[in-house]
Design a protein around this ligand. Structure first.
Ligand code: SF4
Ligand code: SF4
Length: 103
């Protein structure tokens, strides 16, 4: 039998991190809000071209504009997530799914 992974806070309270498990790119509008609040570098914005292929975007340059149909967020480093849920709290389109981890 597995138990849920919990953290005991300095106050003594128990906290259950819920780690990001999925991001619905059909709903995502590429606003970038989640990227700005993620403290762990989990997320990356990519372009999607007319064939559905992902195009790497350089955050500092606009020169890629025109090569893609839309921008969407991706889980570039899901393994770095600490389960804070800041991304889903700020997402206006409810793209995120989270789950607690088992021990
Ligand atoms: S839960 Fe926190 S660490 Fe994980 S992707 Fe969202 S903002 Fe980043
Ligand atoms: S906040 Fe939501 S809609 Fe905006 S880029 Fe992130 S996942 Fe997409």
């Amino acid at each position: 039998m597995s138990a849920t992974f919990n953290v005991t806070m300095p106050s003594g309270a128990s906290w259950t991190p819920t780690f990001v498990t999925a991001l619905d790119q059909e709903k995502c509008i590429g606003c970038g809000r989640c990227f700005k609040v993620c403290p762990r570098g989990v997320l990356a914005l990519v372009g999607i071209d007319e064939d559905g292929h992902q195009i790497h975007l350089d955050a500092d340059e606009d020169e890629d504009e025109g090569e893609y149909e839309k921008k969407v967020m991706t889980l570039a480093h899901q393994e770095l997530c600490i389960g804070c849920t800041a991304c889903s709290r700020i997402c206006p389109k409810k793209c995120y799914t989270h789950a607690a981890a088992s021990m």
